[in-house]
Design a protein around this ligand. Structure first.
Ligand code: HSE
Length: 430
């Protein structure tokens, strides 16, 4: 049986998707059953790197999602609107949907899944997280027998590239960002990547899948990498860590409480995520009785992301090959998140901290710091004073696991100490 797809967008990922579908040789035979019926683009004049019949192009995207001949709409335009409305319209018109749109799915996933379940169509999004790395379907299917405890990911290639360059070459953030933009590894407007927002979208999606509940995107605590300095990178190295932007979803065992956060993190050099470098992504999944598995590979790019898009199209074609209309949706392929997850406020999360203080080099400063932490039940693991910045002493503290609210109260007290001139960095420790 032949399946017709409508492609919304022919950018990097759309072109990669078309390239796979037009060259089925040596690939799974199901690909031969898939044809591109229409492609929605912004401009019909734009020169394309791929040869396609001109009559399949249109600028009328609504005409694609309502076209009765199309079985599967593949949304690759990104952004919130018109992507969200087009997805909902496609569902309303009985189309299955494949999307790489993490921003839409992290914010409107519950609304979209509800509409899809009512219309008995599938919405698949493997390409939205981790590019070519299979992580969405493994959470839904291959690892489905587990009770998940931790999903910890490096899920943004841009920031991982920047932090890797800062670590390996001792270069400052701004300089590496400029270089990454010149090489095409960072967007002209890098806010979503360097601000951690892209990673927050991705962990919201993974948490919803792993923990079976709806996640409010605004419940994901989010800090980016813009304040990381080469001093912090160098202290991390001396203390036995590397700095990574981690996206963390942690379910406290035997409770309903979920922690959801994205922030730069000191990762011990011996940890499997410490060695994920450059634009690569990796996601460590921990569950019972599985233990740990790590998924690693290219988290973006035309070919890898298109590989995930086409796999989703094939999954739909595979379950529907004898009947295009699903009587009942396959529960392993569809999503029905139930209640909203109870997310722990960041103040109540227990974690370790690294903090760097610049202070007057006078007697008693370390004593005052220790007292302030002690007053708020923050136990210190190590205190070092190695360097000077101009005439100020640089004191670095690593805490034991403490409640974040207590740590913040201690920091407020420390800010009011006369000898403390600045607290340039506070970074959580894994
Ligand atoms: N901008 C993303 C990244 C790629 O840097 O990883 C697509 O999700």
């Amino acid at each position: 049986m032949a399946f017709k797809i409508g492609l919304l967008g022919l950018g990097t990922v759309g072109t990669g998707t078309a390239e796979i579908l037009l060259n089925p040789e040596g690939r799974h035979p199901l690909i031969q059953d898939i044809t591109i019926e229409q492609i929605g683009v912004k401009s019909l004049e734009k020169k394309r790197s791929i040869e396609l019949p001109t009559n399949i192009f249109t600028t009328d995207l609504e005409a694609i999602v309502t076209n009765p001949d199309i079985d599967i709409v593949v949304e690759l335009i990104g952004g919130l609107e018109p992507a969200r409305s087009l997805i909902l319209s496609a569902i309303e018109h009985g189309k299955h949907v494949v999307t790489a749109n993490k921003a839409v799915m992290a914010r409107f996933g519950p609304e979209i899944y509800e509409a899809a379940n009512n219309a008995k169509v599938y919405v698949l999004l493997e390409a939205a997280v981790g590019g070519g790395i299979p992580i969405v379907e493994p959470l839904k299917q291959s690892l489905g027998a587990n009770r998940f405890e931790n999903i910890i990911g490096i899920v943004n290639g841009t920031t991982n590239y920047i932090l890797t360059q800062m670590t390996q070459n001792g270069v400052d953030f701004e300089e590496v960002l400029k270089e990454a933009q010149a090489l095409g590894y960072a967007e002209a407007d890098p806010t979503a990547d360097v601000g951690g927002l892209d990673a927050a979208d991705k962990i919201a999606i993974l948490a919803s899948l792993a923990f079976g509940g709806k996640v409010k995107r605004e419940d994901v605590y989010c800090e980016g990498i813009t304040k990381i300095t080469s001093s912090d990178i160098s202290y991390a190295e001396k203390l036995g860590f590397v700095i990574k932007l981690l996206a963390i979803a942690h379910k406290v065992p035997d409770t309903e409480k979920l922690q959801l956060r994205v922030h730069p993190t000191f990762v011990p050099k011996s940890h499997p995520l410490a060695n994920i470098n450059g634009v690569n992504n990796a996601i460590l999944v921990e569950g019972q009785p599985l233990g740990q598995v790590m998924f690693y590979g290219p988290g973006a790019g035309s070919g890898p992301t298109a590989s995930a898009v086409v796999a989703d199209i094939m999954n739909i074609v595979g379950v529907l090959h004898s009947n295009k209309k699903a009587e009942n949706l396959d529960p392993l392929l569809s999503c029905s998140p139930q209640n909203y997850c109870v997310v722990t406020p960041i103040e109540d999360v227990y974690t370790r901290f690294y903090a760097r203080f610049l202070c007057a080099d006078v007697p008693g400063v370390i004593g005052h710091l220790g007292m302030a932490f002690g007053d708020h039940s923050v136990s210190l693991e190590s205190v070092v004073q190695i360097g000077f910045q101009e005439d100020l002493a640089e004191i670095v503290v690593v805490t034991h696991k403490v409640r974040e609210g207590n740590f913040r109260s201690a920091i407020e007290e420390i800010r009011s100490l006369n000898a403390i001139k600045n607290i340039p960095s506070i970074i959580r420790v894994l």
